[in-house]
Write a protein that binds this ligand. Structure first.
Ligand code: NAD
Ligand code: DAU
Length: 350
């Protein structure tokens, strides 16, 4: 029986990865390590929490002694590392938190993996889940490939870029069997409502304004979260050591076009007159250092491992809206308490 550590498994993408691995590989023992920050939520995993091949451990990857002890005790065969501070706006307010978790936390995991696996790197995999934001911003044309130079602009993307460099350094210097993937913007169920799509769904539902940064002309390449989880599964099991794959949806939208589509879907679902939700659109002060455009060339992953995105965006967005409208309790729970303080600071006081 293989034992795999998944970090950040109580977050948005991590919970989809944990669910996929637990259900698809009953002969694996899946250990989910998560600090349960504001973004981590065990309710994301209610459907699999009692499966015999699943175990949750609460802990902080910044605590090196704890991570060492965890590796010593569990003798993991591999790691899928997703734990991170993930929100760009929060990184602008509090960069150090991002350095601690995303850089120091990653290096702690690398050190423990190296110590435990040094006699047999080839049979132990370290998979680091990263972002397209490390590549910086595109102009009107072009796509990020795996050889695009790193050019991060936000404290978040700088911390992720740094962690990517450390992972590559541990492969090149010590021979750690490491792989990295850099993915574009994900959307789907269990997405915390500080990010554009779930925040807008929540606000539209509650007749609150939809804050659009700047002119709404920034472009993101959106991918259904379950397609990302499938890509992670493929890469974890099939990639050669030291390899990087880009993952993306071939699905570019300006923020304003995306929000108009979302408003149209919400009007239909909430039985509103067409155009009513769009009246909530409000242009607000731009994000500092706001990257203009991200777009991914995922042809390497498609050619080498046969992955393709499964859903059209219109279909995926409608499914996402349905999920949020039928999971009211989840949404109400995550938007109570601290969320209100965050919302006040981010959108009302500035
Ligand atoms: P998220 O914020 O929803 O979840 C992060 C999880 O990590 C949470 O459960 C949190 O409790 C946990 N965590 C945070 N700090 C920790 C610490 N010190 N120790 C242990 N656990 C800790 O993030 P997400 O959107 O699911 O992103 C997951 C990963 O995927 C991140 O590494 C992110 O950089 C990357 N990524 C995200 C996207 C996206 O669109 N969301 C796209 C590409 C890559
Ligand atoms: O590209 C991958 C990245 O996608 C991940 O690495 C990050 O973890 C993830 O958070 C996401 O980053 P973005 O900054 O692109 O996502 P966010 O949802 O915060 O913003 C999407 C776009 O919408 C961006 O151009 C900023 C804009 N925006 C965002 C918010 C929260 C608004 O206009 N208004 C808002 O209120």
């Amino acid at each position: 029986m293989k034992k795999i550590l998944i970090t950040g498994g109580a977050g948005f993408i991590g919970s989809h990865v944990v669910r996929l691995f637990v259900n698809k590989y009953p002969n694996y023992q899946i250990v989910n390590l998560d600090k349960l920050t504001y973004a981590g939520n065990l309710a994301n995993l209610k459907d699999i929490e009692n499966q015999p091949n699943y175990k949750f451990i609460k802990g902080d990857i910044v605590d090196a002694a704890f991570i060492d002890q965890l590796f010593e005790e569990h003798k993991f065969d591999g790691v899928v590392h997703l734990a991170a501070e993930s929100h760009v706006d929060r990184s602008i307010t509090n960069p150090l938190e991002f350095v601690m978790t995303n850089v120091i936390g990653t290096v702690n995991l690398l050190n423990s993996a190296r110590n435990q696996w040094k006699d047999n790197f080839s049979t132990h995999r370290f998979y680091h889940v990263s972002t397209d934001e490390v590549y910086g911003s595109l102009g009107e044309t072009g796509l990020f490939t795996e050889t695009t130079g790193y050019d991060p602009h936000s404290p978040y993307s700088a911390s992720k870029a740094s962690s990517d460099h450390f992972v590559r350094a541990y492969h090149d210097t010590y021979g750690l069997n490491a792989v990295i993937s850099n993915c574009s913007n994900n959307y789907g169920s269990y997405h915390f409502p500080e990010k554009l799509i779930p925040l807008s769904i929540y606000n539209i539902k509650n007749n609150k304004s939809i804050p659009i940064y700047g002119k709404g002309e920034n472009i993101r390449d959106w991918l259904w979260v379950e397609d990302h989880a499938r890509a992670i599964d493929l890469i974890y099991h099939n990639a050669k050591a030291g390899v990087t794959y880009n993952i993306g949806g071939h699905n570019e939208w300006t923020n304003i076009d995306l929000i108009h589509l979302l408003c149209k879907i919400m009007d239909k679902k909430l039985n509103r007159v067409e155009g009513e939700s769009a009246k909530l659109i409000t242009y607000v002060k731009d994000r500092a250092g706001h990257d203009l455009r991200y777009a991914i060339d995922s042809s390497k992953l498609q050619k080498e491992l046969g992955w393709t995105p499964s859903l059209q965006f219109e279909e995926g967005l409608e499914k996402t809206v349905d999920w949020y409208l039928t999971n009211e309790e989840w949404l109400n729970n995550v938007t109570s308490g601290d969320y209100k303080k965050y919302y006040q600071q981010q959108y009302v006081k500035r």
